[in-house]
Ligand binder design. Structure first.
Ligand SMILES: *Cc1c(COP(=O)(O)O)cnc(C)c1O
Length: 336
């Protein structure tokens, strides 16, 4: 199949590692992690895979400005700012401000990477972010620039190919490692990562199931969102796949307090996991999804599966604004 062309930016392929101690918590499961948190440093995480395709489309259209949007701690916005700077383009970010502190984590890096930032309210964000970005594009274009708008999370038809490509990478790695993953698991925030994995899995005729844990909204919302993204992506390949909405397996129940809000039990889980495996999960996506996987394995939801691959989609910088919630004390007494 002919995929759209991509700009090579990310450090690929990313490693797949076994979670030795985490797997031992359950009987009869081997749990692996794909280190997409190591796709880069400034543009680390899952978004750069999608940006490889969206940015190529932008470059081909002659763009010199990338406009995108997200929450104040958006990994996608930060990755876009990083990719733009790396390629000598400018970036303009429209960020949702709920009254949080501004210069931390991803938002600090946005500034470091030279992004121009416009803060809008949560209401403006949900009702009219596309119009606001279109207005910015119009003004930039009038000034002689050529701006390209990337939607939230780069989760559109073209961005999907980032995780289409990642699924093919996984199938190659399976052969090298002589392992067959029967379940692939990811966090879901706008649906593009899930859609890409699902699409390539179907095209390859692979019999693994792809699971998503939603970190906002609910399963019904994301079945529709993924369906819409898939249909958009088919326009680039003319090779649609058949599926019903029930094939899109989204597990709801781990949003907790809401998007980007953390419960103590989630942070405790992240802390335990990092001490045990030496891998740090983020509080907004991977922490909730891995906590969900842990609970669902305990409940028996994954009884049919043996080799489970969790995608670490990144997000480390989003942990820094949560530092105080961990209640660590500086100068805690050493034991020896
Ligand atoms: C954006 C993001 C996700 C979710 O990916 P979508 O394609 O938006 O569903 C998962 N993990 C991290 C760290 C992210 O930044």
């Amino acid at each position: 199949m002919n995929l759209p062309s991509r700009k090579l930016i990310a450090n690929l392929p990313t490693r797949i590692e076994k979670l030795e101690r985490f797997s031992q918590k359950f009987e009869g499961y081997n749990i692996y992690i794909k280190r997409d948190d190591q796709t880069g440093m400034e543009y680390s995480g899952n978004k750069v895979r999608k940006l490889e395709y969206t940015v190529m489309e932008a470059l081909e259209s002659g763009a010199d400005y990338l406009i995108t949007c997200g929450g104040i701690q958006s990994n996608h916005a930060r990755a876009t700012a990083a990719v733009a700077a790396r390629l000598g383009l400018k970036s303009y970010l429209v960020l949702r401000d709920k009254g949080e502190k501004h210069l931390e984590g991803n938002c600090f890096l946005d500034r470091m990477l030279g992004a121009e930032i416009k803060f809008i309210t949560a209401e403006e964000y949900s009702s009219s972010r596309m119009e606001i970005m279109a207005e910015i594009k119009k003004k930039l274009d009038e000034k002689g620039h050529k701006a390209y708008i990337i939607p939230e999370g780069a989760s559109n038809g073209i961005g999907t190919f980032g995780y289409f490509n990642a699924m093919n990478e996984i199938l190659e790695q399976e052969k090298e490692m002589e392992i067959k993953f029967d379940a692939v698991v990811t966090a879901v925030g706008s649906g593009g990562t899930y859609a890409g994995l699902f699409y390539a899995n179907r095209i390859a005729g692979n019999d693994a199931d792809v699971f998503g844990f939603n970190v906002c909204d609910d399963d019904e919302y994301f079945k529709n969102a993924v369906d819409k993204i898939l249909k958009e992506s088919f326009q680039y390949t003319d090779e649609p796949v058949d599926y019903s909405k029930d094939d899109i397996k989204i597990i709801d129940g781990y949003v907790g307090e809401g998007y980007a809000l953390s419960r103590a039990e989630e942070l405790d889980f992240i802390l335990e996991f990092s001490k045990e495996e030496g891998i740090i999960l983020d509080p907004v996506y991977t922490g909730k999804a891995m906590y969900g996987l842990y609970n669902e394995i305990k409940k028996g939801t994954f009884d049919r599966y043996e080799n489970i691959l969790f995608i670490h989609t990144g997000g480390l910088y989003g942990l820094f604004p949560k530092m105080e919630q961990f209640n660590f004390e500086i100068g805690e007494k050493a034991t020896i």
